[in-house]
Design a binder for this molecule. Structure first.
Ligand code: CDP
Ligand code: CDP
Length: 221
């Protein structure tokens, strides 16, 4: 069985960038668990399912055909034969995903599939509940954090760079709303896992954060 490095934290705390950097340095498979919650959301939206209707979302999720594989060092999934990537970042998905991810049956489905990825090898998995629920026994758990203003600014810069016409205060509002839903939902809320190392990256560069994770993991190996 492979190892699993768990990287949790709120939106724009640096989970994706840090996890990809750590996975590349250690030769582990990178897994974006949020992509699967976004995938469940996306397949519902494209079938015209109301994402506020939990039962309908769950039904369309179970009726879809899911497949998992590894491509260029990252775990990827297909749903009904399509591999959504850019689609998962679109606004309609972004706005509905926290509601979909709050449905217990959606979480059960996603968590089981994430756990089974260990069959592919050692993983670096980023998310909200990786250290608390998906791999609670992993000795390698990290909780990344940064001040909300800094996180909103990071997201804003990304959206502007991608040519999206967003306003800074709207990004801030949407980030705070999502933080709130993620931290207060009944099913697996975002919290620091027991034994997790907390890294506040408000004034840290990306490379610095990546190196400090690698140092901890190498020290423990
Ligand atoms: O990139 P960002 O942090 O904005 O979001 P993401 O990682 O793509 O996750 C999208 C949404 O999925 C989050 O806002 C959570 O509601 C949910 N999620 C979750 O509940 N548990 C996870 N392990 C990962 C994501
Ligand atoms: O995955 P998550 O939503 O937690 O964050 P991310 O997508 O990895 O990072 C959001 C943005 O912040 C990216 O553009 C990173 O390059 C940037 N970032 C940063 O400037 N400094 C850090 N220490 C971490 C991330």
């Amino acid at each position: 069985m492979g190892k699993a490095i768990a990287i949790d934290g709120p939106s724009a705390s640096g989970k994706s960038s840090v996890s990809k950097g750590v996975a590349a340095a250690l030769g582990f498979i990178y897994v974006d668990s949020g992509a699967l919650y976004r995938g469940v959301t996306w397949q519902a939206i494209r079938k015209g399912v109301d994402t506020k209707n939990a039962a309908a979302v769950v039904e369309s999720m179970h009726n879809a055909e899911w497949d998992f594989f590894v491509q260029e060092g990252a775990a990827v999934f297909s749903v009904d034969g399509d591999v959504p990537v850019q689609e998962l970042r679109e606004k309609d998905v972004r706005e509905a995903v926290a509601d979909v991810a709050a449905v217990p049956e959606v979480r059960r489905f996603v968590v089981e599939n994430l756990q089974s990825l260990e069959n592919f090898g050692s993983l670096v998995m980023e998310g909200r509940d990786i250290g608390t629920v998906v791999f609670p026994d992993s000795p390698y758990k990290f909780y990344l954090d940064a001040d909300p203003e800094e996180r909103a600014m990071r997201r804003y810069r990304e959206l502007v760079a991608a040519g999206e016409d967003e306003k800074a205060h709207e990004v801030m509002d949407s980030l705070k709303k999502r933080d709130q839903i993620d931290a207060t939902r009944k099913a697996d809320p975002l919290k620091v896992a027991p034994g997790a190392q907390v890294i506040d990256s408000t004034s840290m560069g990306l490379d610095e954060v990546i190196q400090s994770v690698i140092d901890v993991v190498k020290g423990a190996l």
